[in-house]
Design a protein around this ligand. Structure first.
Ligand code: ZN
Length: 288
C-alpha cells in the first residue's frame, strides 16, 4: 500500500468540496498553489466558468482530472425523456474528453421524477432496466470517444431519487453484463461514503480488479449524520476505516488518485476555502 504520510501527490479534490466558496477557475488556481495535482469538477461548475477557460486553466497549471462529474440519470417516464438523458450523457462524454478526464462518473438515477420531488413510478425494477439500457447505449459513444464510464453505486438511502444501483456487486454485475471483455471502458467509482457498510465490500473490490477500478472517493461518515445529502465528514472525523478500504483497492491494482468529495452545508462549506483545502491535505496524510 502506498505511503501517503509524507506528501499529497495522490490527493485529488472533487470540486464540490469547495463549491460554496469559489468558482471553478479559482479552485484550480488554489489547488495549484498548494501542489494539489488533480481535481474532479462538476459539469455545472465547468459550464459556469466556461469549458474553454477551464481547459486553459488546467493546461496552464498542469492540473489533471481524476474524473468528471457527472453523467447518468438514465430512468425517465417517457421515451423522449430517455432519449434526452442519452443526449446529455453524450455531451458529458465530449466535455470530459475535451478536458482530458480519465472517466465520466455515472450517478445512474432512480425513480423517474423523484429527484424533483414528484416520483412518477414505484417500479424500481423498471428504473434499473432504464439504467442498464442507458449505459449500454452510452457505451457506444464512450467507445468512439475512448472515454471510460465509472458507475458509482450510491448508498441505499439514495435509491429513490439519485441511484438505484446501491452496491458494488450490482455495479459490477452491470459491468460484466455490458462489457464482458473488460475493455477498460466500463468500471466503477468506489466512494467510501456510499459503500463502507457493505459486508461484501472487500470481496467485490477484489472482483473489480484493476480494469474496473476507475476512481476512489473519500470523505467520512459522521455519527450522527444530520442530513442525507450534505453532511459528509472530513476524513478522520467519522467511522469509516479509510486506510483499510484504500488497502483493499490498492491490493486489487488501483494506483490512482484518492479524491476528496465532501458535501457539507453546515460545516466545511461555511469555512474559508483555503482552510478546507489545507485540512484535506493534512487528513490525506494522516487519515487516508
Ligand atoms: Zn463520489
Amino acid at each position: 500500500m502506498r505511503d501517503f504520510s509524507h506528501d499529497h501527490r495522490w490527493l485529488s479534490i472533487n470540486t464540490a468540496t469547495v463549491r460554496a466558496q469559489w468558482p471553478l477557475d479559482r479552485i484550480v488556481d488554489e489547488c495549484a498553489r498548494r501542489g494539489i495535482r488533480a481535481i474532479s469538477p462538476w459539469r455545472d461548475q465547468v459550464a459556469a466558468a466556461g469549458l474553454e477557460r477551464v481547459a486553459e486553466r488546467l493546461r496552464a497549471t498542469g492540473i489533471e482530472l481524476s474524473g468528471y462529474c457527472r453523467g447518468g440519470m438514465f430512468p425517465a417516464a417517457t421515451d423522449a425523456g430517455r432519449r434526452e438523458a442519452l443526449d446529455d450523457n453524450r455531451r458529458a462524454i465530449d466535455e470530459a474528453a475535451h478536458l482530458g478526464a480519465p472517466c465520466v462518473v455515472l450517478v445512474v438515477g432512480g425513480l423517474p421524477g423523484a429527484l424533483a420531488g414528484h416520483p412518477a413510478s414505484k417500479d424500481i425494477a423498471a428504473a434499473r432496466r432504464d439504467v442498464r439500457d442507458g449505459i449500454a447505449a452510452t457505451l457506444e459513444h464512450s467507445r468512439a470517444a475512448r472515454m471510460p464510464l465509472a458507475i458509482e453505486p450510491l448508498h441505499p438511502m439514495y435509491a429513490a431519487d439519485r441511484a438505484c444501483v446501491n452496491t458494488l456487486e450490482h455495479a459490477l454485475d452491470l459491468c460484466d453484463a455490458l462489457d464482458p471483455a473488460r475493455t477498460g471502458l466500463l468500471g466503477v467509482a468506489v466512494d467510501a461514503y456510499h459503500v463502507w457498510w457493505d459486508p461484501k465490500l472487500e470481496a467485490q473490490i477484489a472482483r473489480a480488479g484493476r480494469e474496473r477500478l476507475l476512481a476512489f472517493h473519500v470523505c467520512d461518515w459522521l455519527v450522527p449524520t444530520r442530513d442525507l445529502l450534505n453532511d459528509r465528514g472530513m476524513m478522520g472525523d467519522g467511522v469509516i476505516d479509510l486506510p483499510r478500504l484504500r488497502g483493499w483497492v490498492e491490493a486489487a491494482g488501483y494506483a490512482g488518485y484518492s479524491e476528496v468529495e465532501i458535501f457539507s452545508a453546515e460545516n466545511w462549506w461555511k469555512r474559508d476555502g483555503g482552510e478546507v483545502l489545507d485540512t484535506c491535505i493534512a487528513r490525506h496524510r494522516t487519515a487516508v
